[in-house]
Design a protein around this ligand. Structure first.
Ligand code: ZN
Length: 412
């Protein structure tokens, strides 16, 4: 092989003086470019304790996939020296072109991270990169691990804790988000007190002390954990969860009333399920006449819907006093409504009033983690190998963690 070519490849790969390219072979039939690299350095230092030490031997030859050369798959082959440290024993030396345990060069991983970020699914990325999905997963695992090490946690003031369903059954995961920077911080299995405690372990005592408010559902395991981990932080009940409970109550009222009306031969509520789920401003134009007519007659469902809609004014209150007055009036209306599902939600809201009132001061919600839902849903549906929680966690953090995922390539 002529010297110009090997030197050219040495520069392309960003190798230092300890390594040289001994051969570059083009195999056009196999659509391959094979690059052989040899260690030519002399001084070794222990990868653990950094002290200089003698060479033990050369590890068996390994292969790394590199960026393609034009349309040719390009691989690097090299045997890596092992150092013999008196304290740490025999250890394989790191190589400048690849991370530990990776079958890919850093430049390949850099490009792969770009491709995965731009792809709608793991299988699409795997196809473009010409690797299997496990390889994509391993590149994502390393990218997320890098990102977490580099992540800045010092500026977090408001966090959200939320649950998401995972897998096919009634399995859940708990998610912690950084509300102000709209990023997912961590995902853990289940939605228990222990799960929330695990989320809080993400921060040290000093970081937790800086947390001002935590947005969450009225879910006692999350509340207990937060009170223990962040006693000074305000618990703010998320308005989207409240709206969901009220929406479900409206639907329950509708179902009961519909069944009752049907017995009397009245099917006015037939096919109106979706209609009552709309907020006032979202009622489609072609449905507004129907809604108007249903509102004119004294239906229980109509009253329930009005109570749900009316509660939205709570979130607009400018002071704790106003919010308290509003709530008291609404609560009386709801509990005297003779609509048990609505009254039940009202009682639950009263029990959590302090967390609802905190919204007036802190104005945070779990909107961001609700926003991740569609993204997480597409990660879920487009992915194979999804029975594993670890894969799920990696994918959420990869796409929603706002992490610095790229390998650092110093010599390029
Ligand atoms: Zn050592």
């Amino acid at each position: 092989m002529n010297e110009l070519t090997t030197e050219h490849y040495r520069a392309l790969l960003g190798l230092d003086a300890d390594w040289r390219v001994t051969n570059v072979e083009f195999l056009p039939k196999a659509k391959l470019v094979d690059i052989r690299i040899e260690y030519c350095g002399s001084k070794l230092s222990c990868p653990e304790c950094k002290c200089s030490c003698p060479r033990a031997d050369m590890a068996p030859e390994r292969t790394w996939r590199h960026l393609d050369t034009m349309q040719f798959t390009t691989t690097i082959h090299a045997s890596v020296p092992r150092s013999n440290c008196s304290k740490c024993g025999v250890l394989t030396q790191p190589v400048p072109w690849a991370g530990k345990h990776s079958r890919f060069t850093l430049l390949f991983e850099y490009m792969a991270v770009e491709v995965i970020k731009a792809c709608s699914s793991i299988s699409a990325a795997a196809k473009l990169l010409n690797v299997d999905w496990q390889a994509v997963q391993s590149i994502m695992d390393r990218a997320v691990a890098r990102g977490i090490v580099r992540r800045n946690m010092s500026n977090i003031r408001n966090v959200g804790i939320d649950e998401k369903s995972f897998g096919k059954g009634q399995d859940y995961v708990s998610i912690m988000t950084d509300v102000d920077n709209t990023r997912v911080l961590e995902v853990v299995p289940e939605r228990t007190r222990a799960a929330a405690d695990k989320l809080w372990q993400l921060m040290d005592a000093l970081q937790r002390k800086l947390i001002q408010a935590v947005s969450m559902d009225m879910w006692s395991p999350f509340m207990e954990s937060t009170r223990a981990a962040c006693p000074d932080a305000a618990i703010v009940h998320d308005k989207f969860h409240v709206s969901k409970y009220l929406g479900e109550a409206v639907d329950k009222v509708r179902r009961q009333e519909h069944a009752q009306l049907c017995e009397e031969g009245d099917d006015r509520l037939k096919g109106t399920r979706q209609l009552w789920l709309y907020a006032m401003e979202n009622i489609p134009e072609d449905k507004s006449a129907l809604m108007f007519s249903l509102q004119q007659v004294d239906l229980k469902t109509g009253r329930a819907w009005s109570m749900k809609e009316n509660f939205r004014h709570f979130w607009e209150c400018k002071s704790q006093e106003d919010a308290t007055v509003f709530f008291t009036t609404w609560y009386t209306w709801a509990t005297r409504s003779k609509l048990p599902p609505i009254a039940k939600v009202a009682v639950m809201l009263k029990r959590h009033l302090s967390g609802l009132l905190s919204y007036v001061t802190h104005r945070i919600t779990n909107a961001a983690s609700e926003g991740y839902n569609s993204k997480i849903q597409s990660i879920k549906s487009a992915a194979r190998g999804f029975s594993s929680f670890e894969n799920y966690r990696t994918r959420i953090l990869f796409f929603c963690g706002k992490l610095d995922l790229f390998p650092s390539i110093s010599s390029h």
